[in-house]
Design a protein around this ligand. Sequence first.
Ligand code: APR
Length: 178
Amino acid sequence: MGYLSDMPEIVTVQGDITSQEVDAIVNAANNSLMGGGGVDGAIHRNGGPAILEECRRVRHEQYPHGLPTGRAVATTAGRLKARWVIHTVGPVYSEEKEASQLLASCHMEALKVAEELGAAEIAFPAISTGVYGYPLEEAAEVAMSSVATAPSKISKVRFVLFDGDAYDCYSRAARASA
Ligand code: APR
């Protein structure tokens, strides 16, 4: 009896996460969930006001003090091709072990939320590697190992990298974790 590996298929693509045709895209948000720049800005800009409206409701009903770093919560994806946006808050880079644990938690919590939604395919950006200053190599390693080891029924995980350096780095890390 062969054992079907429960590890999801992991692919890396270079592009804009807001144009991905997957069930759920992950947003690199901040604790306020009230939008920002980078991925956060692109998702709210292209997805439209319905996303922010739902983020306001999430804040009011579930997270009055903000979404803690490492946690994840889903909203509508508004006008985007995806059905859901899963907002997660990455850690600001530090050499402390806690930062990599929080970054791993972003990926595992997002996978858990995606599974609860019934999503089959999810797209991640390079969380924390922009404004939050996480070095690409380190972030890629944490991302791949957490996705590879998270007990999840999500069959396909796509990392969507905006620039060439991030694409090369995450692709190397994906090959290394296969
Ligand atoms: N699609 C895919 N990746 C993107 C896109 C996009 N449209 N725009 C930016 N990126 C990439 C960046 O190049 C970077 O590699 O996403 C990665 C994460 O960068 P940020 O968006 O700056 O996210 P992060 O480093 O986690 O910082 C989060 O930035 O935008 C604010 O509100 C956000 O305060 C929060 C902080």
